[in-house]
Design a protein around this ligand. Structure first.
Ligand code: SAM
Length: 266
């Protein structure tokens, strides 16, 4: 695989809070961030905290062909391949896919990677899948409703007639409604990476990631409300949507940190 040219620094412009652009995710996942992330997040711990939720869900439905739409560094792709599923691993970020491919090799697998933006998924990804997964709070990278509808419509078209889309998101309702007092620092899976929502308003959640060597990176996300996501899924054609609340990180409160939506095509 050819080397990917990477920027050395994240660039959110002069006013980072004004940076609300869907395509900007390409500039956020720079090599330094991607490398650090995987050095410190222990996949075994992550698997333990997540359990077999997704694997069970997919098996119950008899799913075999899975599209991992937000592969990132390959955590779910590798888990699903290990569990016997046939997986195609997509992501819009070449940095992420290179890392995912290397991680796959370390586990003894050759991941089938495709670099593609969800908004134009069907241009490069063909065939009909039993399930699409879009996990790790990825969908909230989309900043306009048009982009969200377009991506969901592409997911819908890539599924078999009775396929499912599994998509998760942070619990932004709690952050938006409770405001500053809900701004916890989250710690990932027992590691020393902390995540803090540095800015939140109706159109932006800006997260700061601090690593033990004092390096800092940011992600700018759109704060999706749970019911809004469910509505959009139904409006693009999904027949019904089940939403689960789950704790994914080590902060504990009455509210779940994440919601997981399972959207059914039939
Ligand atoms: N699912 C992985 C995980 O849980 O570790 C990665 C999560 S990471 C927060 C979000 C991923 O979504 C990144 O790898 C990013 O490149 C990808 N992404 C964001 N917007 C995208 C888009 N419009 N098209 C394709 N991939 C996108």
């Amino acid at each position: 695989m050819d080397a990917v040219q990477s920027k050395e620094r994240q660039d959110f412009g002069e006013d980072p809070v004004a940076c609300r652009e869907t395509s900007h995710y390409q500039d956020e996942y720079i090599e330094g961030f991607v490398d650090k992330w995987d050095e410190l997040i222990d996949w075994k711990n992550r698997a333990k905290s997540e359990g077999d939720f997704f694997i069970e869900l997919l098996k119950e439905r008899g799913a075999t062909r899975i599209l991992d739409a937000a592969t990132g560094t390959g955590f779910h792709s590798v888990r699903l391949v290990e569990a016997g599923f046939e997986v195609v691993s997509c992501d819009g970020s070449p940095e992420m896919l290179v890392k995912a491919f290397q991680n796959g090799q370390q586990w003894g697998h050759i991941l089938r990677t495709v670099q593609v933006d969800w908004r134009w998924l069907n241009r490069d990804v063909h065939g009909h899948y039993d399930a699409i997964i879009c996990l790790g709070n990825s969908f909230t990278h989309l900043f306009s409703e048009h982009d969200r509808r377009k991506a969901l419509a592409e997911f819908y078209a890539t599924l078999k007639h009775d396929g499912i889309l599994i998509l998760d998101q942070r619990n932004y309702d709690a952050m938006l409604d409770v405001g500053y007092s809900s701004k916890h620092t989250y710690y990932y899976c027992g590691s020393n990476i902390s995540v803090y929502p540095e800015h939140i308003d109706d159109g932006l959640a800006r997260f700061r990631y601090n690593f033990p060597d004092d390096s800092t990176y940011y992600l700018n996300m759109y704060p999706l409300r749970k019911d809004y996501t469910r509505r959009l899924m139904k409006e693009v054609g999904f027949q019904h949507v089940d939403t689960y609340g789950d704790f994914q990180e080590t902060y504990r409160d009455a509210e779940p940190d994440f919601f997981i939506h399972v959207a059914h095509k039939a």
